[in-house]
Design a protein around this ligand. Structure first.
Ligand SMILES: Cc1ncc(COP(=O)(O)O)c(C=O)c1O
Length: 381
């Protein structure tokens, strides 16, 4: 019997993977009475993520965006400062820079999709020549592949700039054997619903700097001073992660390696599927070892291929499978009008040719076979 694929449930790009263990942990947290943005699960979640990533300090926050924002606030970044940032990223990275009134300066990517070290160097040289203050650089670990920190960190250090690593998509990835989230002066993770693991919404700041962690924790709880009455010497935020959501995160952390393994399996199958398609490459490079395989973004060379990335997206949509274009570079966004950068067209080219394929850890084998059939319908036509 043949089944009409369009009548089958839609396959989503990266839906949350939560089940009985998460229910158990969340219920236990609720029964404990710790339903505030404080409690033993929050403390334990911070310690467990810190240990997993190999950094001494972690602060659980309401989102990855909040973590980016508070790192910048704590470092005093503000009006008059320029912050070089990957242009090829989700808006949140750049929004945080704008919240503090600093000026984002877009740095294009290399062929991996991550910040080009060469262009960062050029950006810093031209900003220095203009006499601009550049307190921090924000590279992004795009789609779960860590940026080339071995090059980026020394370049930033030579210019006297800190590195804030946006590892929102990259928990579980590594660069030269060290975990994403451990690089730079601070890093952020996101536990949004579509990420490799989720607390439904949440984020974390990771750092080797105890003073930064303490300050960010204080800022996230309305900057209350440690005295019995409510005393405030600086402006605070309500950005702390709730204990209940942290409990969910702890359950996800227990299952993280299994979820990573499942996504890696999809990556291997995509590689096999496109092996005879010279026009198709998987963004990031040929080696998946350090990649967390959060999503699988492909790039289709129109000079070699009879079909375009958009054709594949349309075919998958007809098969009721969700895909998404890769991030539209931030320097092309209307909200960025008037902002400048060190740009060489690479992210624009990837944007025109790219497509992100589903890779959720909840996908079943039969769902993945549906995706494979729909892809073959285009590539083998
Ligand atoms: C690269 C990047 N940075 C920052 C964020 C923001 O994280 P959140 O949604 O937890 O605020 C996300 C994801 O949403 C992201 O993909």
């Amino acid at each position: 019997m043949t089944v009409d694929v369009e009548t089958q449930p839609r396959i989503l790009l990266s839906p949350p993977d939560v089940g009985e263990l998460e229910q158990e942990y969340v219920m236990r947290a609720m029964r404990s009475g710790w339903v505030a943005p404080a409690g033993p699960d929050l403390d334990a979640f911070e310690a467990e993520v810190a240990s997993r990533v190999g950094v001494p300090h972690a602060v659980g926050l309401s989102s990855g965006t909040a973590a980016l924002h508070l790192a910048l606030v704590s470092w005093g970044v503000g009006p008059g400062d320029v912050v070089p940032v990957s242009t090829f990223t989700f808006a949140a990275t750049v929004n945080a820079i704008r919240y503090v009134g600093a000026e984002p300066f877009f740095v294009d990517c290399d062929d991996t999709g991550n910040m080009s070290a060469e262009l960062l160097e050029q950006a810093l040289a031209s900003l220095r020549a203009d006499g601009r203050s550049v307190p921090v650089v924000v590279p992004v670990d795009l789609f779960g592949r860590a940026a080339d920190y071995s090059s980026l960190v020394p370049i930033a250090a030579a210019a006297g700039a800190k590195v804030l690593s946006d590892a929102a998509e990259a928990l579980g990835a590594t660069h030269n054997g060290s975990p994403a989230g451990s690089f730079g002066d601070a890093a952020v993770l996101s536990f949004n619903g579509n990420k490799i693991m989720t607390t439904s919404g949440g984020g974390m700041l990771l750092t080797h700097d105890r003073a930064l962690a303490d300050h960010v924790r204080k800022l996230s709880t309305q900057a209350r001073e440690p005295v019995p009455h409510y005393e405030h010497t600086e402006v605070g935020y309500n950005y702390r992660l709730s204990n209940i959501l942290a409990a969910m995160g702890r359950a996800q952390l227990v299952r993280l390696d299994d979820m990573l393994a499942r996504r890696r399996e999809w990556r291997e199958r995509y590689r096999a599927l496109f092996a005879d398609q010279p026009a198709v490459s998987i963004l990031g490079g040929a080696d998946d070892a350090g990649d967390n395989c959060w999503l699988t973004p492909i790039v289709v060379d129109p000079d070699v291929s009879a079909w375009a990335a958009g054709d594949l997206g349309a075919a998958l949509d007809r098969a009721n499978v969700e895909t998404r274009p890769v991030w539209k570079p931030m320097h092309l966004q209307p909200v960025s009008e008037g902002l400048r950068g060190a740009l060489d067209g690479t992210s624009e080219r990837i944007f025109e040719r790219g497509l992100t394929l589903p890779a959720g850890s909840v996908l079943s084998d039969s769902e993945f076979e549906r995706i494979e059939r729909a892809i073959l319908g285009v590539t083998a036509a």
